[in-house]
Design a protein around this ligand. Structure first.
Ligand code: APR
Length: 320
């Protein structure tokens, strides 16, 4: 059987880490694409030379030509620029929207059957725009945010309870970052819900509230420490788990920015919800009952996404 092909659009910090993980896990051959000349080629060469040491056979190549992503099975998009000091939200939107247009058209023309995972921020708007520009089916285009947010939440919960991260599951809905909606009732240690653990005296409501807050600003905490960039190891690992679920038809339930058609009262937007990912991409959106607090939190996320889409449509009239 021919090897799978993984195309990574953007060969920056996340793109390079994605390439390394995809090769180590032998998900397939890897093509790193970037507009910057030399960067994808240089990183591909460096990473290829890990092969003999780490024992992987995946071919890793770098390119500036969209034709080289032809026939890719999975595309992971990190192309774009981060928000810089002095840049307004609309400045950032304008720049990254243009990037999504070029990337979307590149995917449409070269690998329209791919499963596409978008990481570029502002995520919930960029994944929507990428889908619009590519014209791919909605179930084949998803955004990576919830896996990362819940990984952050799980990490802090494991530290709080002094248990293995493998025994923690956490549940988040909604947008990336500030508007994230952690569902504490569905977050557990080996099946024991966090509120029960509080009752058992293993933590306090105040400490869990602080963890929730830290999780929501988890990206900013890392930016504050790094000063010259944003998180890349965990974002890359999160997107790889989504790619693996698709390639292996694993049917994992993962929180992703997915296109909703009435679920959670939302129609036509990308919002972070739990979905099942298998060989057909997003195979199911899992709809759970929410209490009033969670509903209100999700509504804040939905309103924020709507506002971003209005701004996108104002910038690029082809999206209106
Ligand atoms: N096409 C392809 N690549 C592009 C384009 C484009 N039109 N525009 C920019 N790039 C490339 C840049 O050359 C750079 O190599 O995207 C890469 C982005 O890499 P980094 O700046 O290192 O960013 P990274 O940390 O990888 O994060 C990528 O994920 O977390 C989000 O919002 C964040 O948008 C950012 C993205």
């Amino acid at each position: 059987m021919a090897r799978k092909k993984i195309a990574l659009i953007g060969a920056g910090n996340i793109g390079g880490t994605l390439a390394h993980l995809a090769a180590q896990k032998e998900l397939g051959d890897v093509v790193l694409f970037d507009i910057a000349e030399g960067i994808p080629q240089g990183k591909a060469l460096d990473l290829s030379q890990c092969g003999p040491v780490e024992g992987f056979d995946a071919f890793i190549t770098g390119t500036n030509d969209y034709k080289d992503i032809a026939g890719a099975d999975v595309v992971i998009v990190t192309a774009g620029v981060p928000r810089k000091p002095g840049m307004s939200r609309d400045d950032l939107l304008g720049i990254n929207l243009k990037v999504m247009k070029a990337v979307g058209e590149g995917i449409r023309d070269n690998c329209p059957d791919a499963f596409v995972i978008c990481i570029t921020n502002p995520l919930d708007a960029m994944v929507w725009a990428l889908r619009e520009f590519s014209g791919l089916p909605h179930n084949k285009v998803v955004g990576m945010a919830g896996v990362l947010d819940s990984a952050r939440f799980s990490t802090f919960l494991a530290w709080e309870f002094g248990v293995s991260v493998r025994d923690v599951t956490s549940f988040v809905l909604g947008g990336h970052g500030d508007t994230m909606v952690p569902i504490v009732e569905y977050s557990t240690v080996k099946g024991i819900p966090v509120p029960d653990l509080i009752k058992m005296g293993r933590s306090t409501q105040e400490r869990i509230d602080a963890i929730v807050k830290r999780t929501a600003s988890g990206g900013g905490e890392i930016v504050g420490l790094l000063k010259t960039g944003s998180a890349f190891y965990a974002p890359a690992a999160s997107a790889i788990s989504m790619a693996e679920s698709y390639l292996g038809d694993q049917k994992r339930i993962l929180p992703c920015a997915a296109h909703l058609t009435g679920q959670y009262g939302v129609d036509g937007l990308y919002v972070g919800v739990p979905v099942m990912i298998g060989k057909d991409g997003v195979e199911q959106v899992i709809e759970i009952d929410l209490d009033e607090k969670a509903k209100a939190g999700l509504q804040v996320s939905i309103d924020a996404v709507k506002e971003l889409l209005v701004a996108c449509k104002g910038i690029d009239s082809s999206l209106a």
